[in-house]
Design a protein around this ligand. Structure first.
Ligand SMILES: Nc1ncnc2c1ncn2[C@@H]1O[C@H](COP(=O)(O)OP(=O)(O)OP(=O)(O)O)[C@@H](O)[C@H]1O
Length: 608
């Protein structure tokens, strides 16, 4: 067990609502878990639990792991601590009481890929977000919201974006539900409280009426302004609940013996106290893809070597990049590095809409039903993939592609109806050939083997779009040992001797996967967007940003930078906080990779 600091001890002793603040690695999560165990031991009545609410499943798994490591916590106390995400907690409330806010009794979750499909026709009517005026943005938002509400109330398909607002309305409107929840959870810990959105805050206000709240926050790790976090949120909490306030301030237990935390603080002010910081490396690279990626691969290999040499098996190395696009690019490079460097095994936190819809296509093909409209359904699933794979930003190209396939299909069917040959130049010829090839496969009953044999046919077939599906689906980790999907498919085979329900099983396992919390925190090499690193910790971190593209010596584009365009505008508070969060995820070392000819503006000292 750790030796608690004086402030941590005070937190354990204090009663009533609490606000615990402190910098990265200052021990907020740790002390709140010990506090939860103490409450479980001393204050809870039979049947009651203490609820630990967090934003992301990844944070949940880190907290669960921390609970497991705390040998001072008994099994019974552990059982009384319920760690959950806001999403999953809200869904539980909506499922039982949603009818109070106009939802039908039978509801299903509209997962992000299916939400993307449902909203794609609204969204594709607008230009890219950057080019929209404020009025257009508001109009687009209102139309999206209206469609979400229609889907929920008329069809019972509820998407995540509606959860917080509806639960807030429900709790404020029903004293009965409020007290039901508070009886079940008399104490609630709110992790990363600085990032609470307006709707989530309304929920918290209602919960705090009868439950005791413990909010954990670092105002300077606030990185979700773009979805409604508010710099005033901590003041709202203080005004509403008059909590005792405990500040763990600059304590740093995560990267003890290094100056990573100090460097993180200096990023906030732009005034660097030292030339070198222990635990921080700056690696410059040349501004062209070959050399940039070669430098990255070199740094990743060196870091991996250092970590393997520690002899531990649970080491972790995060490669953090500024954009989603770069997450994919870096993942592709690590999968197939140049020359004779073998693939660098890693996981990548890419957007899952495309991969999930691609998995649905594979699942559909596994069903091999060969019924009359089978090919039509297959093409329709491909069109859904085009509609949904762009997530919140469907591209015009994808929308056009879906239209083209639908048109081609009706022409195809017209020919068949008239007993004529299908058009030789149809875009569907390749698609049809692949469909036939898969229908002719003989499956083994081993979901892994069969899944991969379908994927291989897509990959090697004559349809370019299906090759993309094969590529996208590689990002799906659902077939790993013990997963819901793998078990479901194997069971299906045992029950009916085929994968007759593969599509339904796949859809269901993604919903369950979304709510599952029994995941281990990431280990090995992981690639992710800087925003996703919040609340996590790794042994080493490599931060890798984009570089300026020049033509005749002039910068013509400067994409994928930590600060947009790498230009110095105003105080850049959000960019500084975001960068600091990334830098301080490391326990031992953070390597920052920035282009030699255009070093990140946040690393240049502020003019005095
Ligand atoms: N008093 C302490 N003595 C030694 N180690 C500690 C102490 N408190 C916490 N730690 C350790 O320090 C690390 C960081 O702690 P923790 O995750 O609780 O910080 P945090 O404030 O929640 O961080 P962040 O806001 O960056 O997510 C953990 O590995 C934890 O076990």
């Amino acid at each position: 067990m750790v030796d608690l600091t004086e402030t941590q001890k005070e937190i354990l002793q204090a009663e009533g609502h609490q606000l615990v603040t402190g910098g990265p690695g200052s021990g907020k999560t740790t002390v709140s878990i010990l506090k939860a165990a103490k409450i479980a031991h001393e204050d809870l009545k039979p049947g009651q639990h203490i609820l630990f609410l967090s934003f992301a499943r990844a944070t949940v798994s880190r907290v669960l792991e921390a609970i497991d490591e705390e040998s001072a916590i008994t099994r019974e106390e552990r059982r009384r601590i319920e760690v959950d995400t806001y999403h999953s907690f809200f869904w539980r409330i909506l499922k039982t009481h949603g009818y109070l806010v106009g939802f039908p009794r039978r509801m299903t979750i509209l997962t992000p890929p299916n939400e993307a499909i449902a909203l794609s026709s609204v969204r594709s009517g607008y230009k890219a977000a950057k080019k929209l005026s404020d009025a257009e943005k508001a109009e687009k938002r209102a139309k999206e919201e209206a469609e979400r509400i229609r889907l929920a109330t008329e069809e019972g398909k509820v998407c995540f974006d509606l959860f917080a607002g509806r639960v807030a309305t429900l709790l404020h409107g029903s004293e009965k539900v409020r007290s039901l929840i508070s009886t079940m959870y008399p104490y609630i810990v709110l992790d990363e409280f600085q990032d609470t959105s307006a709707d989530q805050w309304r929920v918290v206000q209602a919960l705090g009426a009868s439950s005791t709240l413990i909010a954990l926050a670092d105002p300077e790790q606030r990185i979700f302004d773009f979805i409604g976090a508010d710099p005033e949120r901590l003041n709202h909490f203080t005004a509403a609940f008059a909590p005792t306030v405990h500040d763990l301030a600059g304590d740093n237990h995560r990267s003890k013996g290094t100056e990573i935390a100090l460097f993180g603080n200096d990023i906030l002010t732009g005034k660097f106290r030292q030339n070198d910081y222990k635990g921080i490396d700056c690696a410059l690279f040349e501004s062209n893809p070959n050399q940039a990626y070669a430098s990255l691969v070199g740094q990743v290999l060196q870091a991996r070597k250092r970590l393997i040499e520690t002899g531990r098996s649970d080491w972790s190395l995060a490669v953090l990049v500024p954009t989603k696009k770069m997450t994919r690019m870096v993942s592709d490079i690590l999968r197939e590095p140049f020359g004779n460097i073998p693939p660098i095994s890693h996981t990548a936190a890419v957007d899952m809409e495309g991969p999930i819809l691609a998995a649905e296509i594979i699942a559909f093909l596994l069903q091999q039903r060969g019924h009359e409209r089978c090919f039509d359904e297959f093409v329709e699933l491909m069109c859904s993939y085009f509609h949904g794979r762009g997530g919140t930003a469907p591209t015009k190209g994808d929308m056009d592609e879906a239209m083209r396939f639908r048109k081609a299909l009706s022409k195809w069917n017209e020919c068949l109806a008239k007993g004529r040959a299908t058009p030789g130049n149809s875009v569907l010829q390749g698609t049809y050939a692949v469909h036939q090839a898969i229908a002719a496969l003989t499956f083994t009953g081993d979901p892994d083997v069969d899944w991969i044999s379908v994927r291989d046919v897509l990959d090697g077939g004559a349809c370019e779009r299906l090759k993309n599906v094969a590529k996208d689906v590689r990002n799906v980790r659902l077939l790993e040992r013990g997963t819901q999907l793998r078990q479901g498919l194997a069971q299906d085979w045992r029950d009916v001797g085929s994968y007759g329900n593969a599509l339904a099983i796949t859809r269901q396992s993604f919903v369950q996967e979304h709510f599952a919390t029994a995941h281990k925190p990431e280990s090995g090499v992981v690639v992710m967007n800087m925003h996703k690193a919040k609340g996590k910790q790794f042994d080493e971190v490599v931060i890798f940003e984009g570089w300026p593209k020049r033509f005749k010596g002039e910068v013509v584009a400067n994409p994928d930078r930590i600060v947009s365009g790498n230009v110095h505008i105003g105080v850049m508070a959000q960019a500084r906080q975001n960068f600091r969060v990334s830098v301080t995820r490391a326990k031992v070392r953070t390597t920052i990779m920035t282009p030699r000819d255009d070093v990140c503006v946040l690393l240049r000292p502020e003019p005095a």
